[in-house]
Design a protein. Sequence first.
Length: 948
Amino acid sequence: MTLVKELDLGTPLRKSSTMVSLTIDGTKVTVPKGTSIMAAARQHGSQIPKLCATDSVEAFGSCRLCLIEIEGRRGTPASCTTLAEEGLVVHTQSPRLASLRKGVMELYISDHPLDCLTCSANGDCELQDMAGAVGLRDVRYGYDGEKHRTEAKDESNPYFTFDSSKCIVCSRCVRACEEVQGTFALTILGRGLASKVATGTADFLSSECVSCGACVQACPTATLNEKTVIEQGTPTGVTNTTCAYCGVGCGFRAETQGDKVVRMVPWKDGKANEGHSCVKGRFAWGYATHKDRITKPMIRAKITDPWREVSWEEAIAYAASEFKRLQATYGRDAVGGITSSRCTNEETFLVQKLVRAGFGNNNVDTCARVCHSPTGYGLGKTFGTSAGTQDFKSVAQADVILLIGANPTDAHPVFASRMKKRLREGAKLIVADPRKIELVRSAHVQASHHLALRPGANVALINALAHVVVTEGLVKEDYVRERCDLDAFEAWARFIADERNSPESMELSTGVPAADVRAAARLYASANNAAIYYGLGVTEHSQGSTMVMGMANLAMATGNIGRDGVGVNPLRGQNNVQGSCDMGSFPHEYSGYRHVSDDATREMFEHMWGVALSKEPGLRIPNMLDEAVGGGFKGLYVQGEDIAQSDPDTQHVVHGLEAMECVVVHDLFLNETAKYAHVFFPGSSFLEKDGTFTNAERRISRVRKVMPPLAGYADWEATIKFAEALGYPMPYSHPSEIMDEIARLTPTFSGVSYEKLDQVGSLQWPCNANAPEGTPVMHVDRFVRGKGKFMLTEFIPTEERTGPRFPLLLTTGRILSQYNVGAQTARTPNNAWHNEDVLEVHPFDAENRGIKTGDRVLLQSRSGETSLRAVVSERMQPGVVYTTFHHARTGANVVTTDYSDWATNCPEYKVTAVQVSRTVGITEWQQEELKRDEFLRRIEREPAHVGH
Ligand code: SF4
Ligand code: SF4
Ligand code: SF4
Ligand code: FES
């Protein structure tokens, strides 16, 4: 047995306020009602042998190895399926049990290849462990080498193999796929000795399997095994850390040999994921040691010069002297910085501190600008705090789920598995999305309503839903009277009841039949617990902030805020987008969302940081670029964000960057933005540093260093060096000291420290004297702002309109296997599932244009054009096309416009008027890009790989 494995209780841990006491092997044990005898025994140190049971899935009772004796009862029941009861006297060891178990193991082993010494699971195999545990020394029937399972190994999945010769048909994998992941990709075919695990297709890769790894995790033998373990051997060390991909923030155990990662295993005690994972966090970590990593600092005087590798000292001194020169020549406000939602809280905090205290202005912004800034604004106005209201496990109490502009099975897969579980239990689902996303209809899940609205009509839809609630007497009046600002409610109720907001009036804008809207509104409003979950399909619009307030209004009017099972919950895109906002990355706010013009707050920061701070909000990213084009903004420090690829209207971004005199890019790879950079600081991946991430639940989790930074410095260390060179020393020796400063300066973080995080695993802010253990559900007795405030949400159609030249609407999203602009995932075998962005087109629009699946099409908008391959898909509605933005060579943002949210400037990525036509080859723009971009061509020629 490997040293690093977590304890397996055999059956899921139960939580109940009712406890039962029983005696197991002479020891009295007390456990929550509903706990199996197996789990009760294991919790108290008594290991009953088992094979078909594991604590990630419900007990199945098939292997008959876990037999026990109960005084006063006949027979030998299975301890995995027998519940602990008050007063039971249980014996787990006796000569009879030993003999029965030995017989069971003998049958298993007689049908199993005896190649333990060379097996990849040697030392990490439950079958081997159990043979030892029952004292099996001889097999009467003998293994004669004639395996009845002779199929070839299935090695189609890039990350794990399936070797059926080792399968004991315990069905743990099948049950994990169903119960934990909710994909139902596996089944057991046949009976008795002929039974076997099957995918329903030729192999794993071509099946429904989404490569979440739950089956691999559940498998007790080497049948399902990680390829890295097969290649590298069994891990010998472990470090708990947090996934660096999406905003679910799954806890992982990085299992290692020395400082080399062997596998990432989802952490059972990770409160965001409770032992589950998706293909990205579980398997796609090879980018961290990919050969494309830049590990030497580089500088160049002009962006047309070749890069020159230099020492850290020289790079930092050069960048600092340039920034000083720019400020001396063009003024203090001529430079700024961008923080990263991929970096840690501590690193983000340091970059904004560097800008405010080191540069002496507030020109700091973050990539959250282009995703969830409307969430901060909208929830701040209505509830008083800029974050989601629930913890993830709250969804298990929801009776109706309203999912708007989010596609969790692709973008937030581990949360999607929780949601699907609740839906299988009977909760109802309303999907509001232009596209037929997977949750509209998939294995054992079917939405009650799919409101397939037109892109850009979110506010029209939310107003129509609220109109039904108000005019049909569905408002929870007691709740509103007690919890909300009544004047604001009455003004809102008059506004929303107006006929112009009725589903019938809004039908022209939304494209959703009024009757469907009315039925969905009634379903949501009449639920005991109704919860809203939403994504970038809400925020990345010209009315993103209005829509967030519209959802908050609906939730307050129906009393759905302040307890488990309800709430308004943003599904955050990047791992630390919540944290980067919390840490004061916006130009107008310090950490904890306090305005820079607030004298008391500013004085506190001035006192702590020992410098005078500006009370004028600084420039947002789009304004920095505008100013650069205008000649007034000259220097930018960009940490961990590729604005040339991820921000809208690429040409404008490029013009802005080209106009600057010193761009410092701090990243893992030479990204698109680095083409316009003068200094490159090599970055560090999440495996190379200590810190914290904050997920979409406001959960602060530790990131722990697994290996030394490949470039010598972690990102926080490089920022400190840069600050020192600029003449503003920031003397921290460990990220824990940065967190201590954050806690001193930020009321919602005042109870957070590394020590506390190490004790409890993770904490949801606010965490302070009022809530020392954090706050899973917000606004329980009162809203953070006091009374909840209804806001008027007039629907104003976007200025981006279709017309004869651009008759279709383009909307964008993500796919499961890739992440954002592909910097990480495109350098992993995840390309096996998605190696290019495609354009989904409805059959009607495709036929009109003579387009077939696989054709290369030209996608044109008022801003630009690009080309990609088409997929004709019924998932689209007529008039709407869809693509992802994961691959640089597609350049999807070349076509997006510079329209943005009225309140926050969040770009309107989700609505672009376009034309699509058949074409051959690639556009001039792409040819130019490919010519210039040696590195992209290399990726195309040489598939990325795990490891180095
Ligand atoms: S593949 Fe593994 S988990 Fe699945 S039935 Fe076979 S031994 Fe059990
Ligand atoms: S990897 Fe996940 S989706 Fe694929 S078969 Fe295993 S459990 Fe099912
Ligand atoms: S769901 Fe998100 S946080 Fe969890 S493993 Fe996948 S990418 Fe990582
Ligand atoms: S572990 Fe209980 S029957 Fe298999």
